[in-house]
Ligand binder design. Structure first.
Ligand code: AMP
Ligand code: DBH
Length: 541
């Protein structure tokens, strides 16, 4: 088994420690500290459950002992696919407590993605919910186990199928103390997958805890805060910016929303006195449309964070009057770097920019195509390194060669400009992915699925502007013989057992992809041309 590691050069590591970013604390210690200070406060509310931090700590011990009793040894990896339920916390902190490493999948992921994560992470167990949002995960989990050689145990929050284990059935027991090194990998996040399949992002206790602690300070998260988990909490944004983990460090209350619609979220805000939440732009639009008509009292809201995709200034400007709270723009990535507008920034900066880095030691480069720095105000490629940005993906030398420079900068793929006040404005991106309402979709990955259809000769997937989603996906398909029809292609994609957000929103059949006189065009160029032609509403180039 390939060990998970994330290593910074010694002199940088020393500096991050000397500056107090990396404190040597681990996740189990961080939870223990909150339990000592805030044991009686409500940690999490969800469904029928309402647990104090002391309750949570007890459940974490049971979960830790239960996972160890399965025969999982410290360092083993566990794929976690849970929706926004309180058991997300007892599972994940139970894994931390037992020295096991969670690898996070989103509830929207399906068999194909889970098999990929399971193999790439060499996971020993999978934790699922019985069902969520109309989907039963249990049969899928068995199918994943059949395809992932290392995967032995399936643990179910809810009623297990035969051969699966009930999370609630874990008997109270003792988990031997485990003292992980703070420089060890605590968890594995999943990249949006800008080229090909998603990559694994190992994050250490030191680096992830620093980004969360610092986010708490910037976002005003303290023990009085009530955080509404609206986006799926496995995602890096609601997990760590500052999200549910920030709430745990602060001793705040987490309110788990099963889905983020106003119908579900607004009554929770009113009932629990929610003070802060995080949304993607399309949800923010939906909330702003619903807020003026609602009977629910939203006046407890202090901060609404919006990120994951570009929030347009026109919409950003309306947040304060419609939702009655401060907007915070968040521009982050699971690989590390997170930028925030500050709560006391002038309105103009909050509306027009995506904020600035968390840390004074986040190094930011903005380069032109030739690799030279551009002056402030000029768009360029954003590269970064710092105390919580990874130095490499897990077991993927090809992706690492592409995504990191020799001196350890991460190429974000984003095109940004820096203003004189230090705030960044996202202008677009250099890589070929579709940012559909904050869900990143790799064009390559979708093209690969399309090409597996007998009637598809060639396919190119591009992003088109969409008034609601920000971007939608459009697949240009060159058929093999008679065009199969868009409905058939979509139905085919559904049989591929992939997340529904990857199914193309729009399908256009074309006779062929023109190549230049000089020869074959690159995929990147082809996608750019098709996109251009669709935007100009012309016929195929
Ligand atoms: P991932 O690497 O999958 O975690 O996705 C991170 C990417 O999401 C960033 O590199 C950006 O392309 C995009 N992103 C996140 N937040 C914002 C934002 N506020 N505005 C524009 N793009 C964003
Ligand atoms: O899109 C993201 O990945 C993202 C957005 C905001 C993120 O990872 C984050 C904040 O931490």
């Amino acid at each position: 088994m390939e060990p998970l590691r994330q290593v910074w050069p010694a002199e940088l590591a020393e500096r991050y420690r000397a500056k107090g970013y990396w404190t040597g604390e681990t996740f189990p210690q961080a939870l223990a500290a909150t339990v000592r200070r805030h044991g009686d406060r409500i940690a999490v509310v969800g469904g029928e459950s309402r647990w104090t931090y002391a309750d949570l700590a007890q459940r974490v011990e049971i979960a830790a002992a239960g996972f160890r009793a399965l025969g999982l040894d410290p360092g083993a990896r566990v794929l976690v696919q849970l929706p926004n339920v309180p058991e997300f916390l007892s599972t994940v902190f139970g894994l931390f407590r037992a020295g096991l490493v969670p690898v996070f999948a989103l509830p929207a992921h399906r068999q194909t993605e889970l098999v990929h994560f399971g193999r790439a992470g060499e996971v020993s167990a999978l934790v699922i919910a019985e069902r969520h949002d109309g989907f039963d995960y249990r049969a899928m989990a068995d199918a994943v186990r059949a395809e992932v050689g290392t995967l032995e145990h399936i643990v179910v929050v809810g009623e297990p199928h035969p051969g699966q284990i009930a999370f609630d059935g874990f008997a109270a027991g003792d988990c031997p103390p485990v003292e992980p090194d703070a420089g060890a990998v605590a968890l594995v996040q999943i990249s949006g997958g800008s080229t090909g399949l998603s990559k694994l992002i190992p994050r250490t206790h030191d680096d992830y805890l620093y980004s969360i602690r610092a986010s708490n300070a910037i976002c005003g998260m303290d023990e009085r805060s009530v955080y509404l988990a609206a986006l799926p909490v496995a995602h890096n944004f609601p997990m760590s910016s500052p999200g549910i983990f920030g709430a745990v460090l602060a001793g705040a209350t987490i309110v788990m929303a099963p889905v983020p619609t106003p119908e579900i979220a607004f009554p929770l805000i009113a009932r629990e006195g929610v003070t802060i939440t995080g949304l993607v732009p399309p949800l923010a639009l939906l909330w702003m449309r619903a807020a003026p008509k609602t009977d629910h009292d939203l006046s407890s809201l202090e901060v609404v964070q919006v990120g994951g995709a570009k929030f347009m200034p026109e919409a950003a400007r309306r947040v304060r009057e419609t939702l009655g709270c401060t907007l915070q723009q968040v521009f982050g990535m699971a690989e590390g770097l997170v930028n925030y507008t500050r709560l006391d920034d002038p309105d103009e900066a909050i509306v027009e920019t995506q904020g600035r880095p968390i840390s004074p030691d986040d190094e930011i480069l903005i380069l032109d195509d030739a690799g030279d720095p551009v002056p402030d105000g000029t768009p360029g490629h954003l590269l970064t390194r710092g105390p919580y940005t990874i130095r490499g993906y897990h077991r993927d030398p090809t992706a690492n060669a592409r995504s990191f420079t020799a001196d350890g900068f991460y190429r974000t793929g984003d095109i940004v400009l820096r203003r004189a006040d230090g705030n960044l404005v996202v202008q677009g991106r250099a890589t070929d992915h579709i940012n559909r309402a904050g869900e990143k979709i790799s064009a390559e990955e979708v093209e690969d699925h399309l090409l597996a259809h007998d009637s598809v000769f060639d396919a190119a997937v591009v992003s088109l502007p969409d008034p609601y989603l920000g971007e939608r996906s459009c697949a240009f398909i060159v058929p093999h013989g008679d065009p199969p029809g868009a409905a058939e292609i979509k139905a085919w994609m559904r049989t591929r057992a992939i997340a529904a957000f990857k199914i193309p929103d729009q399908i256009v059949f074309v006779e062929g992809f023109a190549t230049t006189a000089v020869g074959k065009v690159s995929r990147k160029e082809l996608r750019a041309r098709l996109r251009e032609s669709a935007l100009n509403n012309r016929k195929q180039p």
